[in-house]
Design a protein around this ligand. Sequence first.
Ligand SMILES: [Zn+2]
Length: 130
Amino acid sequence: MFLCIYYICIAGYTLTMHEVALMSSILDTLRESAVQNGISNITQIKLVVGKFSMALPDSLLFAFEALGQEELFMGAVLEIEERDINCICHDCRQSFSLDNDYYFICPNCTGHNTEIISGRELYIDYYEGD
Ligand SMILES: [Zn+2]
């Protein structure tokens, strides 16, 4: 219970609950996998974060610092690879990627009939430990 209150205090100042909740579930997954594989110290974690997952890498790193205060994660390096948002236009079949804007307009035919095909992902690519 103390830990829960602690997390929410940190979140109130510097984080959105989105990244805290995501990181919390990522750490749960890692704990479970580490137990299954007899790993007691994780040294490296690589995450893939699509830009449309709306999780900010800096906030995820901060959440990791705040939530990963236990033996298993001591000294672990968290690497985050951001993936662009890729869309397809249903009018002209052109695919295109969005960088830091969220204008879902086809750059080829300026149509609005577009769909996101990747960029929502958020997953653990791999982790290392012993
Ligand atoms: Zn188009």
